[in-house]
Design a protein around this ligand. Structure first.
Ligand code: ADP
Length: 300
């Protein structure tokens, strides 16, 4: 396993920002780490990268414990922190050489040239970082994260604040880099997960609520979206009171889209309800769910 997190907990004062979470990332996997703001994503990533200590639990990176083998694990990890802090007054090439020296990278000139090419910074390499657009700054952030050729990349919201074109470019770059490395990236954008991730982990209030392949998440049974059409008028409020129904959207006075939180087929439950209330059903079918809907249902 490239990353193994076991029973990780982090308290800030009395608040459990991360609450007993466990998960793993396999070699070569791109792992999406999702959750609403304040869910504990950055805290988890800072612990994995050794920036802050855990309160409880264990983290291994490439089979080594981050506490007892901290120097060796640092060599294995590349980290792009949230908001990508860079020295804005430094030049791109100068900055990457500086970071490379910190990691004691050999053949530093060649390696800097290599990563500049890999992330597509050739034209910008002689510019001062402060003069670059947000998209190019992200490229510099990715370049500094991979300068020492780590096996594992931890990217904290690498695409936040980018315009749609930059977003696509950076996602493409992460996918390219991810072919040879294990990548864990945090985001609160579900489409990002669909676009680049193999596996998804979702946390809410510091607790793990999902750990699945992106495709499996869509089939998650705990959320079903059902279209129901009755013969006559039915009140929306009446349907909202049915057990396991978490949301009712009226299409018209007779038809509704219901979201349910039930492990068994929710159509059966609705049919039984209609029978009991003497309502005649004309249409009853399961609708396709979007990943966005699944994410919302798991985190709200
Ligand atoms: P996310 O990255 O998912 O937005 P964070 O890990 O940044 O979440 O934060 C999780 C929770 O921990 C939040 O409630 C946040 O306010 C709190 N928190 C984060 N860092 C600190 C800190 N240094 N001191 C106190 N509380 C913190």
């Amino acid at each position: 396993m490239s990353i193994s997190v076991k029973h990780l907990t982090k308290y800030y004062g009395n608040q459990a920002a991360v609450d007993n979470i466990s998960f793993e990332a396999k070699n070569g996997e791109i792992l999406g780490f999702l959750g609403p703001n304040g869910a504990g994503k950055s805290t988890t990533m800072k612990i994995i990268t050794g920036f802050i200590p855990a309160t409880e639990g264990d983290v291994e990176v490439c089979g080594m414990n981050i506490k007892t083998d901290s120097i060796k694990t640092q060599e294995k990890i590349g980290y792009l922190p949230e908001n990508n802090p860079l020295y804005l007054e430094m030049y791109v090439k100068e900055y990457l050489s500086f970071i490379g020296k910190i990691y004691k990278v050999k053949n530093i000139k060649e390696r800097v040239a290599e990563v500049i090419e890999l992330v597509g910074l050739q034209k910008e390499q002689h510019k001062v970082i402060g003069a670059l657009s947000k998209g190019y700054r992200q490229r510099v952030g990715l370049a500094q994260a991979i300068i020492h050729d780590p096996d594992v990349l931890i990217l904290d919201e690498p695409t936040s604040g980018l315009d749609p074109n930059q977003l696509e470019e950076i996602r493409g770059l992460i996918k390219k880099i991810g072919q040879q490395k294990t990548v864990m990236l945090s985001t609160h954008i579900m489409q990002e997960v669909e676009a680049i991730c193999d596996r998804v982990i979702i946390i809410k209030n510091g607790k793990l609520v999902a750990n699945e392949r992106a495709s499996e998440l869509q089939n998650n049974k705990s959320l079903q979206v059902i279209y129901v059409e009755f013969e006559g008028e039915v009140s929306r409020n009446q349907l909202a009171k049915i057990k396991y129904v978490r949301k009712v959207e009226a299409v018209d006075t007779n038809s509704f889209i219901l979201e349910t939180t039930l492990e068994i087929d929710a159509r059966k439950m609705i049919a039984e309800y209609a029978k009991k209330e003497n309502l005649l059903i004309l249409t009853l079918r399961k609708e396709e769910k979007t990943l966005e809907e699944v994410f919302k249902s798991l985190t709200t």
